[in-house]
Every structure is written in C-alpha cells, then in structure tokens.
Design a protein around this ligand. Structure first.
Ligand code: PHE
Length: 461
C-alpha cells in the first residue's frame, strides 16, 4: 500500500506536536480536575492513588500505544479502521464490534460529561459575579445544592456546552480541534499552580499530601481497585476509540511510543497537581473528602472566595476547566462523526449536529439523576446515591473502557501480524519493543482480567 492511501480523508495533524496537543487535550479534562479528586476522596486516598498510578504506567501507556498504532494503521474512523484491518490481516469479523462499542461508549460518556461541564460553565458566572466572596462552607454548599436541585437551569448549561462541542466538531480536525488546545492547556496549568500556591498557605498542605500519598492497604477494596483501573482508562481517553481516531490523523513518521509516554505524563501531572491543590482546602475548611461529584464545586469556591482577586482567578479557572472539558468532549464524539462522514456521505456539519442532539437528549437522564430521578443502589459494597449518573459512570469507566482497552491490547498483541505492528511502531525490535509486546500480550489481559474476576467474586484480594 502506498503512503498516500494511508492518509485519512478527514485530514491530518500538522505535526507530531499538534497530535500531542490534541491527544493531551482529549486526556486532560474533567477526569483530572473533577473526577480524580472526588474518587480519590471516596476511596480513601493514598492506596487508591498508588493503584491508579501503577495502572497508568503498566496498563495505560501500553494500551495507548496499541490504540494509536491501530488508528494510524487503519487511517479511518474506529469502525472502519477495524473493518479494514480485519480484512487486511484476515482477522475474525467480530472485531468490528469493538469499533461500535466505542461509539456507544462515547455517546454515554459525553451525555453525562456535558452535564458536569455545564456545572463548570455555571460556576464561571458565579465566580465572576463575586458570589464566592467571603463565602462560608454552608453558603457554598447551599449554592451547589440549588444548582443540583434545579433541572431546568442544569439543562440550560448542558445545552450551552453541547452546542460548543458540536460547533467545533463540525469545523473539523485542523481548524477546529488544534487551535483550541495550543494556548488553553498551558493556561490551565498555570492557574492550577496558582491554586497550588494558595493551598500551600492554608496550613493544611501536609495533611493534603499525607492523604494523597500515604499508602494504607487496608483501605483498598476490590471496588477501589476497579475504580482506579477504570479511571486510568478514562483519564487517558482509552478504550473507546478517541485516541484511535486521533491516531488516524497522526503523520506516518511520528514515534508512537514517545508520544504516548509524553501524553500520559502530562495527564498524570495535571491530576496530581489538582489533587494537591484541592485536598488541603478540603481539610482546611473541614469539608468531607468523600463528598462525591460535588467535591470541587464545594472546595474551590471557598478558596477563591478567600483569596485576593478571587473573583477574577475563580472565573478564569472555571473558564479553563470548561475548555479542558471541551477539548475532551470533542474527542468523545469524533469517532461517531467520522464514521457518519465516511459511510453515510453525510456532511461533517450535519453529522456533528445529529450526534450532538442524541447526546444532548441522553444528558437529560443525568440531570434528573441529581433530583427528580435520584435513587440509591449498592455496587460492589458501596452505596451510590445518584441513580442513572452513577450507573452510566460505572458502566463506561469501570466496564466498557477497561474491556475496550483490553480488546485493543489483544488486537495489537495477538491479532495483527507482528510485521505490521513493527512497521507502525517504528521503534525497531529492541528491548523496548519486547517489553511493550509482552505487556500487551500477557500483562494487560491478565491484569484487567483479574480485576474483573475479583469484582464478580471468582477471585478475591
Ligand atoms: N480523558 C477525559 C478526561 O479525563 C475523558 C475522556 C474519556 C475523553 C474517554 C475521551 C474518551 O476528562
């Protein structure tokens, strides 16, 4: 096959750096700043963080390499990439389902992701209007309670965020996606450092660090291990085709291994800084670390309310959080949109609109999870209080993404021929390659498998 025919019809990133920016834009999002702190709080801190870090290093990076290489090999939307590789390599057709599962996961994730991003949009205006100034923990808690109890206003914010996402996806790979990340990601990083500086002066910084980095195995339940592993996939955008579709726009000569390591490190850094900024505030204010999805919406307004220039910093912070969520949201529907454009000859604009409307509708279930439809249930010994939202979260992060990632590792490790894998990775057949090949063939499947078997009670640890 010639190099020309290995180019995506949707365009290509202008360089490896552009891909790193876009993939980092996909990876860094609500997962790092909203979700990582709250699930760390719910799962008792240090031990959970350690498992998450291990999962990123030994499962996440190798799976990311597999996903990028599959995408670049296929040069199409995930569904068609699977179709083409199945044909090219003589692999059973059932593997095409992996592409479809990713599209479904993307819809489900974005449906709730957009609602939470909508909360962040709402908080931009609250911060800017000075609503946090001098606020007390009770005042901030009442403010958040008002938002959660009000489905109409959440619907309004969710709508704004979905429109933003759809518009960028409609504009396409280069003009839409690349530009957004280049300046906004570094700006978000700087603002996180400002917050970190604030936290260092709360007098509770060491408590925050101790919470995040003290390893206490007794706090580690099987469900916590599953959540940590699921989060490693979620935060790196793995297992559903987002990174695969971005990989399909990657220029042919870029190193997949180096790129994947860079993205994973940046993503992890942002999460750890967010955690180090947030927990000292939580302890200083006597808040509950296990407060759930509202954690940053309780703790951060208190910080901004008590720092000089807090309304400006606060507004800026939530603006950047919205941008981080935006660049992730885009990647969640790109697989579906790219498929519609390829197979149904739909214009990109219309494809984006259709996908946007479906996700918007699905989002209503999440909005109602926090008020009219709220119900409690038990999962792996833990009580969940926000009905459909929790179900969607467990189904996608803890089940669909790990299984999707596992399947991609198996696909690259066992299904594709070694020669095409080598050809795509371009890292030679040295020690690094052999380690990676061993991990995706054996370690990843076994590790993911054990965590699942533990969950359904076949093995216990
Ligand atoms: N990685 C994103 C975040 O951390 C979420 C995401 C998951 C994006 C899966 C794409 C695919 O917020």
């Amino acid at each position: 096959m010639t190099d020309e025919s290995r180019k995506s019809i949707h365009g290509q990133w202008s360089s490896r750096l552009a891909f790193i920016l876009a993939a980092t834009g996909s990876a860094v999002g609500l997962g790092n700043i909203w979700k990582f702190p709250y699930i760390t709080g719910e799962n008792g801190g240090g031990a959970f963080v350690l498992v998450y870090l291990l999962c990123v290093a030994i499962i996440g990076i190798p799976v990311m390499m597999s996903e990028v290489l599959i995408g670049r090999r296929g040069r199409r939307s995930p569904i068609n990439t699977m179709r083409m590789l199945v044909a090219e390599e003589g692999i059973p057709r059932i593997w095409v389902l992996l592409g479809w599962a990713g599209v479904v996961a993307g819809f489900l994730i974005l449906s709730y992701y957009s609602v939470i991003a909508g909360w962040a949009v709402a908080y931009v205006f609250r911060a800017a209007s000075g609503a946090f100034d001098g606020a007390t923990a009770d005042g901030i808690s009442a403010m958040f309670g008002d938002l959660l109890g009000n489905p109409e206003s959440q619907l309004g914010w969710h709508t704004i965020f979905m429109v933003m996402t759809t518009v960028v996806v409609a504009r396409g790979v280069r003009s839409g996606l690349e530009q957004a990340v280049r300046y906004l990601m570094p700006a978000l990083f700087v603002l996180l450092l400002v917050l970190l500086g604030f936290s260092m002066n709360t007098g509770y910084f060491s408590d925050g660090l101790a919470f995040l980095f003290t390893f206490d195995v007794s706090k580690l339940s099987g469900a916590a291990v599953l959540t940590a592993m699921g989060h490693a996939f979620f935060t790196l955008s793995l297992g559903m085709g987002a990174i695969m579709v971005y990989g399909s726009y990657l220029p042919g000569n870029a190193s997949i291994a180096k790129t994947s390591v860079t993205i994973a490190m940046l993503d992890t850094l942002v999460a750890l800084i967010a955690g180090m900024a947030i927990f000292p505030i939580v302890f200083a204010e006597g808040l509950e670390p296990a407060a759930g999805p509202g954690l940053i919406f309780h703790s951060l307004p208190l910080a901004f309310g008590n720092m000089p220039g807090g309304s400006v910093f606060g507004a800026l912070f939530f603006v950047l959080l919205v941008f981080a969520a935006w660049t992730s949201a885009i990647s969640l529907i790109e697989p579906a949109v790219a498929w519609l454009v390829e197979n149904r000859a739909v214009k990109r604009r219309n494809a984006a609109g259709l996908v946007g409307v479906i996700t918007w509708l699905l989002g209503i279930a999440t909005i109602l999870s926090f008020n009219r439809w709220a119900f409690e249930f038990e999962f792996a010994g833990e009580t969940k209080t926000s009905g459909i939202f929790d179900i969607l979260d467990i189904l996608t992060s803890n089940i669909m993404l790990p299984l999707g990632g596992l399947a991609m590792a198996v696909f690259a490790g066992w299904m594709m021929s070694k020669s095409s894998v080598l050809d795509e990775l371009k890292m030679g057949e040295g020690a690094m390659f052999r380690v990676w090949y061993f991990v995706v063939r054996y370690l990843t499947p076994v590790a993911v498998g054990i965590v699942f078997l533990n969950l359904i009670g076949v093995v216990t640890f």
